[in-house]
Design a protein around this ligand. Sequence first.
Ligand code: DOR
Ligand code: ZN
Length: 454
Amino acid sequence: MVRIINAKQIDGQWLELSLQGGRVDAVQTSAAPPPVNPESVPMTSVGDFAALAPNTLVDAGGYTLVPAAIDVHVHSRDPGLTHKEDWQTLARAAWHGGVIAVADMPNTNPPTMTRESVLVKAERARASGIEFSFFLGVGLGNIHQISGLLVDPELPLCGLKVFYGRTTGELLYDDLETLARVLPEHGGKVVVFHSEDQCMIDCNHQQYARRLHEKDNAAFAVHSAIRSSEAAHLSTRTILEWARTVYKRPIHIAHVSTALEVELVAEARARGVQVTCEVAPHHLLFSTADYERLGPLVKMNPPLRSLAEVEALNRLVGQGAVDIFATDHAPHLLSEKYSDVAHSPSGVPGVELFYQLLIAVSRRTGLPLAQAVRMATEAPAALLGWRHKGRLAPGYDADLVLLSDEEHTVQSTDVVSKCGWTPYAGWHLPSDVVATWNVGRQVYCREKSGHGVG
Ligand code: DOR
Ligand code: ZN
């Protein structure tokens, strides 16, 4: 048994944690910090808990101790697009952000739509040491195989991803009637939607066609006009109505970018629909006003919204109306991004600043930190059906993050992700990740390498 003392809990209480192997054995809280104990060893220097002598006393140094995060929305790019990211660089970036597990989206190359493609991706992911699960992609080519694949016990699949609107890669599926017909009971696995209406986008696209070959930053605002808020509203309305009247099982709306979608989700839930939704940091921290400065660097799908819409979405997050915080980590190289509006790929990296951005969002929205942390830990674990993860409680995995509340300035030279840039360069974030453990194994320590030690 190893005992961690002198750790702050997010509510300001003091925390004492006993670990047995890679599991939490007991948790105690108290109002006052413990007396200094000369026998104790500093927590950042301990490495793996399993390697410590029994009864070692570990001092968390007064840092805040939280459960490590689970990011339910990343794009690993591996296999097939490994010039942008690979499982090794993704794992290092995730640990740097206090994330120990990721759910990866299917728009890799080949897309994750067959048994073979899942197995190939799993082998690559396993070698990185990060915990993972995949969303299966759906299209005309595999629609009649998906239910068999989702229940296959050998495949690490946590659910199905439906690109109801087209984005990076060519995945698109909008035949909801067929989808409901082919999906039998499949172990409660969730169906996740990228919710933007493709017909409305195509129609808007024609209207703005002559501006798509422009390259200056301000021209990127047309991306938000083409993939309009109305396109997201229409799609989310359609999907929720289908879930209520036809599908009747759990669904999840990825990266909501408008307040109205959050309201639609709440209304549907009140009418019995089993639905959760997620928000990405960029939709809370940037707006269309940022195109002027950042242009292609803030082109993503769904796109940025007006300042008024961003404020409305922040208000709802502050009221606890959104279930999950996920980054939609979607790295592309700068050389790819710096192109005209039509050709610059959509997507921004984010996972390596996961906890740092979560805390910035908590400050900005007024959402209590404890609730914000649950959006990144307990709620994702529930979505994926992971019973031993996402809490500091007896029997749960020792997935731990130490946070400091010193302000931290983001530098592009510190970027861990292979893409080598971040839209947050120069930002002063209110907190930083000091170290991360996954099932008792230290996978990141700022003091040691700054780039993970796993
Ligand atoms: O901006 C985005 N980039 N949105 C997506 O849905 C896909 C992602 C990517 O894979 O690049
Ligand atoms: Zn995505």
